[in-house]
Write a protein that binds this ligand. Sequence first.
Ligand SMILES: O=P(O)(O)O[C@H]1O[C@H](CO)[C@@H](O)[C@H]1O
Ligand SMILES: O=c1cc[nH]c(=O)[nH]1
Length: 253
Amino acid sequence: MTQDPLPVTRIPRTGLPAHAVVVGDPARAAAVAALLDGAEEVSYHREYRVFSGSWKGVPVVVASHGVGGPGAILLFQELADAGVHTLLRFGTAGAMKPGIGDGDLVVAEAAVRDDGVTQQLLPPEYPAVAAPEAVLALQRAAREQGAAHHRGIVWTRAAFQPGLIPLFSYDGAGLAAIEMELSALLVTASLRGLVAGGVLVIDGANADELVDKETTGGYDPHREVVAAGVERGAVVALEALRLLAEDNREDRA
Ligand SMILES: O=P(O)(O)O[C@H]1O[C@H](CO)[C@@H](O)[C@H]1O
Ligand SMILES: O=c1cc[nH]c(=O)[nH]1
């Protein structure tokens, strides 16, 4: 009997692998899926392009969530409904700390919840934290790939463009990077009992006041240095997922 797909993303309710890499851009989902064995497009509805395949023997999902927390959280929730329990976001981000340069990776330890959606779900004091095992798996994978990487807190911010209200400054707070969806993933994971984390490729920074001019050239994701970081980051995310899947297998044994 054919099953009804889930209502927003149109992914199937059953049969998906339990480990997923989620990315903003549908084209990046296709590029990551191209690294898999036996990759197949599962569904493509709105901004949600979903593939399955296997990475070094581990069945994985690769899915795009589009730009912005409110839309992205619909994918995270429906992946959880479909039985996915480990999710790593592989995105791009702006650098916020001196010494973090274009093409470098940032492994998120936690995120500031300015995502524009989770405030409507639970109080703002609730933290957005990555699973420690996801942080360590991403860090280990980045080391093993020889990818320049940093660990730190990420600012998830719903507004990409500057507006009339001056940007609140987190000067002195030690934030590493700014992007738009990670805290929505981390909060969803905590609420649903999932394992989640994130690794981000630096592509400049979209707010001039955030840019460390010595290490980044300002916001421009369409550069060779970013493309090279994305290639490295894709392998880091898949390798980290494999390490987490191995841990899961050992825990169950
Ligand atoms: O490259 P992705 O994963 O889309 O991530 C970043 O890029 C987009 C902004 O251009 C936002 O989605 C932001 O979070
Ligand atoms: O939100 C984002 C994403 C990429 N780069 C930025 O500077 N900001």
